[in-house]
Design a binder for this molecule. Sequence first.
Ligand SMILES: *[C@@H]1O[C@H](CO)[C@@H](O)[C@H](O)[C@H]1NC(C)=O
Ligand SMILES: *[C@@H]1O[C@H](CO)[C@@H](O)[C@H](O)[C@H]1NC(C)=O
Ligand SMILES: *[C@@H]1O[C@H](CO)[C@@H](O)[C@H](O)[C@H]1NC(C)=O
Length: 343
Amino acid sequence: MDTTTIVVFILSSMAVIFAVFARGDHESLGASYIFGDSLVDAGNNNYLSTLSKANIRPNGIDFTASGGQPTGRYTNGRTIGDIVGEELGQPNYAQPFLAPNTTGRVILNGVNYASGGGGIMNGTGRIFVNRLSMDIQIDYFNITRKQIDDLLGKAKAREHIMKASIFSITIGANDFLNNYLLPVISTGVRISESPEGFIDDMINNLRSQLTKTINKLTQNECVGLANELAQRYNGRLRDLLTELNENLHGATFLLGNVYDLVLELITNYAKHDSERGLLWQWRAVPGDHTVRANVDHLRRSTKHVFWDPYHPSEAANLVIAKYLIDGDTKYISPMNIRQLRDL
Ligand SMILES: *[C@@H]1O[C@H](CO)[C@@H](O)[C@H](O)[C@H]1NC(C)=O
Ligand SMILES: *[C@@H]1O[C@H](CO)[C@@H](O)[C@H](O)[C@H]1NC(C)=O
Ligand SMILES: *[C@@H]1O[C@H](CO)[C@@H](O)[C@H](O)[C@H]1NC(C)=O
């Protein structure tokens, strides 16, 4: 049985969508195709002229694969996308689409299209000058899709995509933080557009983006208003997924609620400490680079929920990924990722 599964996660004031494309047998995961923003960017912005860059120390200090060197990930270690792939058996991390060496059979491990500052809306992240918006990421996936066909032949390529790959989409936060809520740039839009109207636009864009992506696959070829927006958006997202579940046959959509999960981590970090030895404190690492360069401080900080004011630490990403893979319906419904894989 070929099924497409979309998992939607909502993170704090950010809205996160996670799409898993899964199947009915127990083969381990071969590839992970990752779309999104800085929560899951693995280095695309290194190759853009942009004000949103993460390939600077101390980012990556706990990332084993790079020996602690920055990679373009906006955190100290692995992202949620890295961890979920790893847990499901992906042999290598998905490589950034824009990296010049992401060519040939490397793409069969997956490709990462995510870009810090990117959003569902084309205008989102203009403040950073350059970023890959969701529409562009989907266009890039179309290129990868063709390359997989060329590498494996159409029939095998389809099998690879349908049976051994997961797809995740982690996006939405910037549409609020770096678009709608941005005072200067979005003033015009905000005057002419209500929060409801803006969310309508986001949902409509996302509907067409998800539909386009799925069709491509199957056809073969923090803050008061921010939180309120996120919550309203999350409600609409739930409706959208129900609608897509009914209309896009061959696809199954899961909804993950990272919004509640992060709240849980923030309010009950001590509980997660005693249970897992992961998080003993909630404190953002100060933005000051001299402070951040202090390794002792950073070592302690790796146990904080947040790595910087916007991005979860690897420790938090591990807890989040764990709940998404094995958690109960409070966090991911109607089933978790592992149950889906083992269907
Ligand atoms: C591509 O090059 C980067 C930077 O030199 C390196 O870190 C990465 O491991 C390479 N990726 C592959 C798949 O060889
Ligand atoms: C966004 O930009 C992309 C690439 O320039 C374009 O293909 C797409 O139609 C645009 N989407 C909207 C909603 O304007
Ligand atoms: C996707 O790529 C194919 C070639 O592989 C091309 O014919 C098609 O127009 C592209 N679609 C989009 C929406 O870019």
